[in-house]
Design a protein around this ligand. Structure first.
Ligand SMILES: Cc1ncc(COP(=O)(O)O)c(C=O)c1O
Length: 363
């Protein structure tokens, strides 16, 4: 493939010596779980986001599940979220026994439309769960309602900023993912919860160790979900480069937008947002043919996401969702295409993608 969708081998190979050094450190002290490297990384991450608490967990999905539990969400509750996100967002809501209630998206940013969120409120609404999709913050300040906590799904947006504050510091709690393709990635699964609340942090701290209050005394049903010390050590090394990587992503995005804005709808950046371009996603009504053309030419494009979540079989069957209810999400799922974007991209690869997109439109 001439331009893969990501290049993790290239990203990780620059850390080869440092990775070996921290591996040796972990092997020699034998502290693998809830050890000093996790604590260190949690402190660095909390400082980076601008919150007092960060807690490492097993994955982004677990970060959502444990946050929902810490916010007291359970059976009979409703959580308002977007139908245009990765399945894990609503899966987490269903895993804690609550019902995902959808609101439609803004067609320009692909993020939740705040007015639609207001329309979806009911007495059962327990949490509002916006997703910062593709690396751009949702307009969360307009989704704050009295007594209803806000949980950010920040899995795709580490480093993104809204009105001077980093995502992860905008709501009552936030969930991050360090899945290998993310802007800040582990060598495997990993996740983090950030919060300003000492109380939520303490609940998460217990939830991730089987709700253990003291050794072998358990208060409730919890989870075994921690970020490994070794992964935390790898992530500490990478965190130092995150801002420069995100800057490089923004520069690639600018180049794409300048070169493609006359042939496709290029991404809109909302006022007050610093986008971190986890994905560079264009819209066109010729999406499927363009996708085929680019794949044929060795370019790793993807569709995030081809089926909005209210049309997934499990949600249609459980909750009676049907086609036509969230028309912007449905239209987006037919028109979006994500082009390769990652800090390790070479100039010739960026130019090649541009050339092949323009070629498709005969320009
Ligand atoms: C928006 C969103 N939420 C949640 C997740 C789940 O994260 P993980 O794969 O680390 O469980 C992901 C990514 O995979 C995601 O993109």
């Amino acid at each position: 493939m001439k331009v893969p969708p990501v290049d993790l081998v290239k990203q990780n190979s620059r850390f080869w010596e440092e990775f070996k050094r921290v591996l040796a450190e972990v092997l020699s002290d034998g502290r693998f779980v809830l050890g000093p490297r996790l604590k260190g990384f949690e402190e660095e991450f909390a400082r980076y986001i601008g919150v007092p608490h960060a807690l490492g967990v097993g994955s982004g999905t677990d970060a959502l599940v444990l946050s929902l539990r810490a916010l007291g969400v359970g059976p009979g509750d409703e959580v308002i979220t977007t139908p245009f996100t990765f399945y894990a967002t609503v899966e987490a809501v269903m895993l804690v026994g609550a019902k995902p209630v959808f609101a439609d998206i803004d067609p320009l940013t692909f993020n939740l439309n705040a007015e639609a969120v207001r329309d979806a409120l009911s007495e059962r609404t327990k949490v509002v769960l916006p997703v910062h999709l593709y690396g751009q913050a949702a307009e969360v300040e307009n989704m704050r309602f009295d007594g209803i906590p806000l949980l950010e799904d920040a899995a795709q947006a580490v480093g993104a900023v809204r009105k001077g504050q980093k995502v992860g510091a905008l709501g009552d709690a936030a969930a991050f993912s360090f899945y290998p393709t993310k802007n800040l990635s582990a060598l495997g699964d990993g996740g983090m919860i950030t919060t300003k609340s000492g109380e939520i942090a303490q609940r998460v701290e217990r939830l991730r160790v089987h709700c253990q209050r003291e050794k072998y005394i358990h208060d409730d049903v919890g989870y075994n979900s921690r970020l490994d010390d070794l992964q935390a050590a790898f992530l500490s090394l990478k965190l130092r480069l995150l801002d420069s990587w995100n800057e490089r992503r923004r520069r690639i995005a600018e180049t794409y937008t300048e070169a493609l804005k006359d042939v496709v709808i290029t991404p809109s950046v909302g006022e007050g947002n610093i986008h971190v371009f986890h994905q560079y996603t264009v819209r066109t009504d010729e999406r499927d043919r363009l996708r085929e053309h680019l794949i044929k030419n060795g370019i790793g494009v993807s569709v995030f996401y081809p089926l909005p979540l209210h049309l997934q079989k499990v949600l249609m069957e459980r909750y009676g969702y049907r086609r036509g209810q969230f028309p912007e999400a449905e239209r987006a799922s037919e028109e979006v295409l994500s082009l390769p974007i990652y800090p390790e991209m070479e100039e010739w690869q960026i130019e090649y993608v541009i050339e092949k997109v323009r070629e498709f439109f005969g320009r």
